[in-house]
Design a binder for this molecule. Structure first.
Ligand SMILES: CC(C)(COP(=O)(O)OP(=O)(O)OC[C@H]1O[C@@H](n2cnc3c(N)ncnc32)[C@H](O)[C@@H]1OP(=O)(O)O)[C@@H](O)C(=O)NCCC(=O)NCCS
Length: 108
């Protein structure tokens, strides 16, 4: 499910979440360039994590982050996520395009 992040009535970002293989996954957190460093990303993640934690039928939240994205990694670590290996995504099998991302997990 994709969610838009608002500041009052103004959309300033988005992210997505869902259940994959019986675990929650948060993806594509993005805050508008002009609205970054104002705490929106942290607040949006905290709100979504609180909502997910109410689901006692699951106990893990996964996300993927580029190893060079120090800002996002620090944000996720502050929220309790820890590194959990590497995920290999094939984007375009015919073209041979693929990428590795750091997998992080929050157990609750
Ligand atoms: C990563 C991202 C979502 C963070 O959102 P944000 O609203 O800017 O984050 P916050 O304002 O909550 O800041 C979180 C921390 O990162 C720091 N930070 C944010 N942007 C920063 C920057 N450009 N350089 C250095 N530090 C930065 C903040 O100072 C804050 O640190 P603190 O907790 O020690 O005070 C945002 O930068 C973004 O959209 N980036 C591009 C897309 C992206 O990389 N998404 C992540 C995909 S996994």
């Amino acid at each position: 499910m994709s969610l838009i992040i608002y500041d009052d009535d103004t959309p300033i970002g988005f992210f997505a979440y869902g259940i994959v293989s019986n675990c929650y996954v948060i993806a594509n957190l993005m805050i508008n360039k002009n609205d970054q460093r104002k705490g929106y990303g942290t607040r949006a993640m905290k709100t979504l994590i609180s909502k997910i934690k109410k689901d006692k039928g699951h106990d893990k939240i996964y996300l993927g982050v580029n190893e060079h994205n120090a800002v996002a990694i620090r944000l996720y670590q502050k929220l309790g996520f820890r590194f959990d290996g590497v995920s290999h995504f094939v984007i375009d099998e015919a073209g041979g395009t693929s990428t590795d991302v750091c997998r992080m997990v929050l157990e609750y």
